[in-house]
Design a protein around this ligand. Sequence first.
Ligand SMILES: NC(=O)c1ccc[n+]([C@@H]2O[C@H](COP(=O)([O-])OP(=O)(O)OC[C@H]3O[C@@H](n4cnc5c(N)ncnc54)[C@H](O)[C@@H]3O)[C@@H](O)[C@H]2O)c1
Ligand SMILES: O=C(O)[C@H]1O[C@H](OP(=O)(O)OP(=O)(O)OC[C@H]2O[C@@H](n3ccc(=O)[nH]c3=O)[C@H](O)[C@@H]2O)[C@H](O)[C@@H](O)[C@@H]1O
Length: 388
Amino acid sequence: MASARVDLDGNPIKAMTICMIGAGGFIGSHLCEKLMAETPHTVLAVDVYNDKIKHLLEPAGSHPWSDRIQFHRLNIKHDSRLEGLIKMADLTINLAAICTPADYNTRPLDTIYSNFIDALPVVKYCSENGKRLIHFSTCEVYGKTIGSFLPKDSPLRQDPEYYVLKEDASPCIFGSIEKQRWSYACAKQLIERLIYAEGAENGMEFSIVRPFNWIGPRMDFIPGIDGPSEGVPRVLACFSNNLLRHEPLKLVDGGQSQRTFVYIKDAIEAVLLMIENPARANGHIFNVGNPNNEVTVRQLAEMMIQVYSKVSGEPSLEVPTVDVSSQEFYGVGYDDSDKRIPDMTIINRQLGWNPKTSLWDLLESTLTYQHRTYAEAVKQAIAKPAAN
Ligand SMILES: NC(=O)c1ccc[n+]([C@@H]2O[C@H](COP(=O)([O-])OP(=O)(O)OC[C@H]3O[C@@H](n4cnc5c(N)ncnc54)[C@H](O)[C@@H]3O)[C@@H](O)[C@H]2O)c1
Ligand SMILES: O=C(O)[C@H]1O[C@H](OP(=O)(O)OP(=O)(O)OC[C@H]2O[C@@H](n3ccc(=O)[nH]c3=O)[C@H](O)[C@@H]2O)[C@H](O)[C@@H](O)[C@@H]1O
């Protein structure tokens, strides 16, 4: 298999060893799956958890890829084994981060440490050892759009110049320091600048990924089932939880913010292209999203209600949504990105990548997974207090 695979320039792809930090998370689990099923590469999977990749690791020795994936349970905050693993690998991919908005304003120190301080040694070891790095940043580094500062009735708000987000041209616009929501975006921006500087001054080979709301199976957790009851995951899991419990979906500040959602499986194709085409990917920052899948959060809720009813066979909710203030939902210091449309010029030009899956289709496969995985457990959790 290894000799048959070629890169975008027709050159054979050599098997490589990848140190993947944060491999046990949502994106990491899909990337590990793809690398095991379709490539000859070896993964040194680093994380504090491995629940989401257990199906790739166990039973030990039973999969065709078993000798190509090793799990290393370690916390990169304080573990001297990290440098050795980076040295053993040809490429390091750093996914480790605190990346749920409910944490940014309530745990700003942990957020800044996780997204900046803890990533520093990874960058340093890659630079010092001449290793290539693919670092996961975020579309949140763009912050708010320029258009959001124009008067509400300004025709310029319709002009893409004022809202499309371009890696090499758009500014990064954050709220004031009291709006601690931006602690995450600001930490990610500074680590991007540091990586860029390592490339410019020391010749480090790097690519930076800015994901735009990647969603799909295994994203985050369902509160009270496979995560804390009081935990607040990202919107897909929040709305899935409401649907599973037959509760109205909560629209923060009326659900007026806009997002573009991309299917995780489409997005992983883009990451694989970066991994296997270093000459085209090195030195670039890549938006990875689906500009065709834009909705307001209210529209997302409405679509998820329809799709869930279809895949579960249950009737739609009588009271489908309820408005909630951001202060009540997230606490003091929350703020929001108004709109996120990725410009696709760079990823198209360098890697020829385009997303394929419509929002309806990706919600259908994701909510089928949510229903199959959680409906019974939620039913039992709801029934339990009554039984006691
Ligand atoms: N999912 C998205 O749409 C999205 C969007 C923008 C940016 N990102 C970025 O992509 C990356 C991965 O996101 P995800 O959605 O898979 O999140 P995730 O929370 O599912 O995965 C992150 C993983 O990193 C691990 N981790 C965190 N700190 C660690 C530490 N100190 N040591 C070892 N492991 C640690 C966690 O245990 C977790 O498994 C993050 O950097 C995130 O900021 C994701
Ligand atoms: O996924 C991304 O690209 C990035 O954006 C996310 O940020 P955000 O899109 O604001 O987070 P979500 O939790 O997915 O929320 C999306 C929108 O839904 C709203 N929301 C969320 C949950 C809910 O129950 N109801 C609700 O209306 C939020 O206020 C926000 O406007 C996270 O910061 C990161 O995972 C990531 O860096």
